[in-house]
Design a protein around this ligand. Structure first.
Ligand code: SAM
Length: 248
């Protein structure tokens, strides 16, 4: 049995995909997909020996060696040219995910990226925009008290145009006329923002609380830098509050 988080990620993998799961840990995702016959084949990449061994054990235990190849290596370096069309990188910070995506790699054969950052989702969205990947889908879910976001980016000839439209500044709800800046959309996710589920509202109420704590801490400092940071945080919190009030 796999987690709701991994199952939701699995749903984003198109049928018959050739998958690379980077940072696969126990190779639960490719194993699940192979058992359901939903992938052609997969590469499960791991940089650490322990998880690499765990992944091998998992794949051998399920007798799936002919479908899933477990490889030890850093990020995308485990993928051979033209071998895969879908990359999953899940369960890491957004900074680590974008570092991996920034490795020298030929993306020609890749048509879909499925990214699940545990934090710094804005970095992942920004990377997609900067590298001309169309933000195709976003999902938010809660499991065991934690809230996760899944970001799907597709290769598209019109990626820049479509992203520009998606991230443009516009009123999100005509009732309250709240302007949402591009920066806020990159932070919150344009699709998540327009769906505004109760989990999304919960997440951003938590984030507002976190920022308010930081503002309090910054208030105790007399440094100019702290005052500047505090001002930025206050502006951000006010914007977030306005958006969330509008969505509730
Ligand atoms: N992807 C799985 C999931 O979502 O459940 C496992 C997430 S686990 C928290 C992160 C895994 O990524 C660890 O097993 C770690 O060894 C691996 N990892 C971290 N940096 C990596 C890198 N540069 N290349 C490959 N694997 C990496």
């Amino acid at each position: 049995i796999i987690s709701k988080r991994l199952k939701t990620i699995a749903e984003k993998v198109l049928p018959n995909s050739k998958l690379a799961d980077i940072g696969s840990d126990h190779a639960l995702l490719p194993t699940y997909l192979a058992q359901k016959d939903r992938i052609k084949h997969a590469v499960a990449g791991e940089v650490n020996q322990g998880p690499y061994e765990a992944a091998k054990k998992q794949v051998e235990g399920a007798n799936l060696q002919s479908v899933i190849q477990v490889r030890l290596g850093n990020g995308l370096e485990v993928i051979k040219q033209n071998e895969i069309d879908t990359i999953v990188i899940a369960g890491m910070g957004g900074g680590l995910i974008t570092n991996i995506l920034d490795q020298p790699f030929d993306y020609t054969c890749v048509s879909r990226l499925i990214l699940q950052p545990n934090m710094a989702e804005d970095k992942v969205r920004q990377w997609c925009l900067d590298h001309h990947w169309k933000l195709a889908e976003e999902e938010i879910l809660e499991e065991d008290g934690k809230i996760y976001e899944i970001i799907v980016a597709d290769r598209s000839g019109n990626a820049d145009e479509e992203n520009e439209h998606l991230f443009s500044e516009e009123d999100i709800l005509s009732e309250c006329q709240t302007k949402v800046t591009t920066k806020l959309k990159i932070m919150m996710g344009p699709y998540l923002l327009s769906n505004a589920s109760s989990i999304f509202v919960k997440k951003w109420n938590r984030e507002i609380d976190k920022r308010e704590k930081v503002i309090q801490q910054l208030s105790q400092s007399h440094l100019d830098e702290a005052a500047k940071k505090k001002k930025e945080f206050i502006t951000e919190v006010n914007q977030l509050k306005e958006v969330i009030k509008c969505l509730q």
